[in-house]
Unconditional design. Structure first.
Length: 397
C-alpha cells in the first residue's frame, strides 16, 4: 500500500489536537486509506484498539448510525476512561446533521481527537463553519500525483509512455489495478456514476443527468480556456437544451461541490486583485475527463496544463491565472511568502513558440521565480527564466 506521505506529513502535528481534522476529496481518491494509515501510526505509538473508533458510513453495518442521535450515543458509549480517544468518521456527509454530533463530541468531551472525511467540499465547510467557529483544520486530498503514481505502479518514471498513461487515465488509486482500457473505463464510469447519484442527486437534488453530462462534456472539451456562459448556453442550445444562466451556474456549482472540477480565478498582477470574471475550470482527475471527452485524442497541451495545476494544488499552493497588461501567465502559485509563475507548453517547437512562452513574463517586473515547463529535454532557460522538463519537475522538484 502506498503511504501518502505528502498528506500524512502535514497532519501528524494535529493527531492529538482538539481541532477537528477534515479530509476533503473526490470519491475514491484515497481518503479512507489515509485514515487507515493514521490509525496504523497511532497503534505503532502504543494507542490501543479500544481507543480508536472508526466508522465508515458507506458500510452497511453502520447504516443505523446515519441517525445523528444514534451516532452520538454509540460513540459516547465507547468512551469509558479519561485517556485520549481517536474518532474517525469516514464519508460523514451521509449522516444528516452530522455537524451536531461533531460539535457535541468536541464541546462535551475533553479527551477526543476527531477526524472526518467527505466528498463534498462546500457541504462540509458551510455546515461545520457555522457550529465549530474555526475549531477545525481542513486538508484537501487529491488523486495520486505523478510521483505517487510511479511509486505505486513501480513503472519507470522517465518513460514517456508511463507519463502519458497517467495523463490519460488520471490518478484515482484503484484504477491502477486494471491494465485493459475497457476495464479502466468501466471503473472510472462507476466512480463518476457514484458521484452523480450520491453527491449531486442525493445531496444537491439536481436530477437532470443529461444536462449535467452535457455541461461537463463542454468543460472537458474546453479545459484551460476562459469560461464563457454565453458560449456554453449556445452549445447547449445546439444540443436542443434551452437553459437559463441561473440554471447553468447551479450545475457548475454542483460540479465544483462534488469536486469533479475546480474553478480558478484570474489575478491582476499589476492591480494586485483577484478578478471574478473570465475564470477557468480544470479537472480534478484527468481519468474522469477522459471518459467524458468528446474527442478520441486528448488535447495534450491543455492536459499538461491541467496536470501542472493539480500538482501545484497538491503541493499546497493557492493557484490563479495571472493577468498582465497585455496578456496572461498560465499560473501564479502562492504559499505564505512564496510566489511562483508558470508557463506550460507541450513542446518549444520553434523560435516563435519560445518567444511566446518566455515573453509572457516580460510585463512582470518582480523577482519571484518564473518557470517555463515543457516536454523538451533540452534546457532553454534564459534571462533568469527557468526552463524545466515537465516529468523532471514533477518527480524531482
Amino acid at each position: 500500500m502506498l503511504k501518502r506521505e505528502i498528506y500524512l506529513s502535514k497532519m501528524r502535528g494535529f493527531y492529538d489536537s482538539d481541532l477537528v481534522k477534515i479530509l476533503v476529496g473526490i470519491r475514491r481518491c484515497g481518503k479512507s486509506v489515509i485514515l487507515n494509515q493514521i490509525m496504523e501510526e497511532l497503534k505503532e505509538k502504543g494507542i490501543r484498539d479500544s481507543h480508536i473508533i472508526y466508522i465508515n458510513f458507506e458500510f452497511v453495518e453502520y447504516e443505523e448510525l446515519q441517525d445523528y442521535k444514534k451516532l452520538n450515543s454509540y460513540i459516547k458509549e465507547k468512551i469509558t476512561d479519561d485517556k485520549l480517544y481517536y474518532i474517525f468518521l469516514d464519508e460523514v456527509q451521509n449522516v444528516d446533521k452530522f455537524e451536531k454530533v461533531v460539535n457535541s463530541l468536541r464541546a462535551s468531551l475533553k479527551n477526543v481527537s476527531i477526524f472526518i472525511t467527505g466528498s463534498n467540499s462546500k457541504l462540509l465547510s458551510e455546515e461545520l463553519s457555522t457550529v465549530l467557529s474555526g475549531r477545525y483544520v481542513s486538508f484537501n486530498i487529491n488523486p495520486l500525483n505523478y510521483r505517487e503514481y510511479v511509486e505505486l505502479t513501480k513503472k519507470k518514471e522517465e518513460d514517456e509512455s508511463t507519463f502519458w498513461d497517467f495523463v490519460q487515465w488520471g490518478g484515482l488509486p484503484n484504477r491502477v489495478q486494471f491494465t485493459e482500457e475497457n476495464n479502466i473505463k468501466d471503473y472510472l464510469h462507476s466512480v463518476f456514476d457514484s458521484i452523480i447519484l450520491r453527491d449531486v442527486i442525493g445531496r444537491l437534488g439536481l436530477k437532470d443527468i443529461v444536462l449535467f453530462n452535457l455541461i461537463l462534456q463542454y468543460i472537458v472539451d474546453t479545459t484551460g480556456r476562459e469560461f464563457s456562459a454565453k458560449n456554453i448556453i449556445n452549445f447547449l442550445k445546439s444540443e436542443g437544451r434551452e437553459v437559463s444562466t441561473i440554471t447553468l451556474y447551479n450545475y457548475l456549482e454542483a460540479l465544483c461541490k462534488a469536486l469533479i472540477i475546480r474553478k480558478v480565478y484570474r489575478y491582476d498582477i499589476h492591480g494586485k486583485a483577484v478578478l471574478k470574471t473570465l475564470n477557468k475550470y480544470y479537472m480534478t482527475d484527468l481519468g474522469i475527463a477522459q471518459i467524458k471527452n468528446n474527442n478520441f485524442e486528448i488535447n495534450k497541451s491543455f492536459a499538461l496544463e491541467n496536470v501542472i495545476y493539480n500538482e501545484l494544488i497538491t503541493r499546497g499552493y493557492e493557484v490563479y491565472i495571472g493577468k498582465t497588461k497585455k496578456g496572461e501567465v498560465d499560473f501564479i502559485a502562492t504559499k505564505t511568502n512564496e510566489k511562483l509563475y508558470f508557463q506550460v507548453a507541450y513542446y518549444l517547437a520553434d523560435e516563435k513558440v519560445i518567444e511566446r512562452e518566455f515573453g509572457a513574463f516580460k510585463d512582470i517586473d518582480d523577482n519571484y521565480p518564473k518557470y517555463v515547463l515543457s516536454m523538451d529535454k533540452c534546457d532553454f532557460s534564459q534571462d533568469g527564466i527557468i526552463h524545466k522538463n515537465i516529468i523532471d519537475w514533477l518527480i524531482k522538484d
